[in-house]
Write a protein that binds this ligand. Structure first.
Ligand code: ARG
Length: 442
């Protein structure tokens, strides 16, 4: 069933019909499509392009379609070209000839543009609250586990930090992600309805009315741009990609930390799976899937960037491809945010193992050098001296703090008894700007 049979003498080939249809993908825009149409009709009535009674009939018909879809009475499926055709044809079936007036002063080009902006705006807000939930989970886990752990560079034990400070780094990342999404929402918040196919309409419509009814901040400034702009999807998908990258890094850490090599945490059974052959195994599948799905979200972004790159103004059917990519990346990021928050909520921290790793890693070596500097040794000389102490410790299988004062004094005349207090791990975290590491970022 078509909205455009008039100038055609031949039927569309079946395979072409199947190739062209977007209903299996854009059916999820039914709410935005109907809401957009209701606003459009209200505006047409106010501008006297439809009579009051026509407006009432159209709006009640549209509302009944929405109600039936939401209650499951009406399935959004069938031989329709897209969601716009589905709604309009259903409307005409329900209310008769007046239904054919719905599309006055409108094109599917500005219609799909307004549907997608409304949908993207709503869903982007959902992503923001899912991000906030993950931030809350991280903050809670940090507050409950303000314990010392090794910090790493090059995945080599480097200096002592706290588990809370480590999780706090992710809180910062996800907080920036929220700002990125909020910024994209602000930019997209313009109403393209009224742009028509590309050049507006000869009817005396009022774009301010639909702008207000649909809750946009203003109408778009340029018709050609209004129907062909997909930047907001790219911006949101870039935001989703960055969030996925952050979650992928966190996943990688969870995977490492739960390995037998680290044993820093234990993942809850609810988010792990077993092996069909090796009975001892507990695999961090949820974290691995998040890491894996990151590629898929990047892929959607690149797919849409590539689709758009050669398009002349204005609307081209290529743009129909935007939805599948946008929806997939949106669904993926929402799923992953929810699973990640649950994984964080339920993971168990093995404090003793983190402490043991600190001791074995000479994580106070930098502080030994700082100690020598405080006694007048030049930093470069101090660095050299500590290097020698480390070799000695490795040979004697001892931590620095386990050496006697006689052993330590052999390396520098500047070392005295007060060194032990200086290089104690808890004390280290209370000194200088490291106090920040001790603080829980809430
Ligand atoms: N299904 C189409 C899309 O998603 C709707 C717009 C159709 N416009 C047109 N001129 N054929 O892009």
């Amino acid at each position: 069933m078509k909205l455009w049979g008039g100038r055609f003498t031949k039927r569309e080939d079946e395979i072409m019909e199947k190739f062209n249809t977007s209903l299996p993908v854009d059916h999820r825009l039914y709410y935005e499509d109907i809401t957009g149409s209701i606003a459009h009709v209200s505006m047409l009535v106010k501008c006297e392009l439809l009579t009051e009674s026509e407006g009432k009939l159209l709006i009640s018909g549209l509302e009944s379609i929405l109600k039936d879809i939401e209650s499951g009475v009406l399935q959004v499926e069938g031989q329709y070209e897209d969601i716009h055709s589905f709604v309009e044809m259903n409307l005409t079936q329900r209310i008769g000839e007046t239904g054919k007036k719905l599309h006055t002063a409108r094109s599917r080009n500005d219609q799909v543009a307004v549907d997608m902006r409304l949908y993207a705006k709503n869903k982007a807000r959902e992503v923001m609250s899912a991000l906030q939930q993950l931030i809350d989970s991280l903050n809670q886990k940090a507050a409950d586990n303000n314990v010392i752990m090794p910090g790493y560079t090059h995945l080599q034990r480097a200096q002592v930090v706290t588990f809370s400070h480590h999780l706090g780094a992710y809180v910062q990342m996800f907080s920036r992600d929220k700002k990125r999404i909020a910024n994209a929402i602000e930019i997209l918040d313009e109403n393209p309805l009224g742009c028509g196919a590309l050049a507006g309409t000869t009817h005396n419509i009022n774009r301010e009315i639909t702008t207000e009814l649909l809750g946009f901040s203003k109408p778009v400034d340029n018709f050609l741009d209004g129907v062909s702009d997909r930047d907001y999807m790219l911006e949101l998908m870039s935001g989703f990609s960055i969030t996925m990258m952050h979650m992928s890094r966190l996943s990688e850490e969870l995977i490492l930390w739960s390995s037998q090599e680290f044993k820093f945490i234990e993942m809850d059974d609810a988010y792990s799976t077993g092996s069909s052959i090796m009975p001892q195994k507990k695999n961090p599948d949820a974290a691995e899937l998040i890491r894996g799905k990151t590629g898929r979200v990047y892929g959607s972004l690149f797919s849409l960037l590539t689709t758009l790159k050669g398009l002349p103004l204005t609307y081209n059917k290529d743009m129909q491809e935007d939805k599948e990519q946008f929806f997939d990346s949106l669904d993926t990021v929402l799923d992953c945010l929810e699973i990640m928050a649950k994984m964080i909520d339920t993971l168990h921290v093995k404090e003793e193992n983190m402490k043991a790793a600190i001791k074995a890693g000479f994580l106070n070596a930098t502080e030994v050098a700082d100690y020598l500097v405080s006694k007048g040794t030049a930093f470069r000389d101090a660095h050299e001296i500590v290097g020698k102490i480390i070799i000695y410790c490795e040979e004697h299988k001892k931590a620095i703090e386990d050496l006697t004062i006689e052993e330590l004094a052999k390396f520098s005349g500047n070392i005295a008894d007060d060194i032990y207090e200086y290089i104690d791990y808890e004390n280290i975290l209370n000194k200088g700007n490291k106090k920040l590491i001790k603080q829980i970022t809430r």
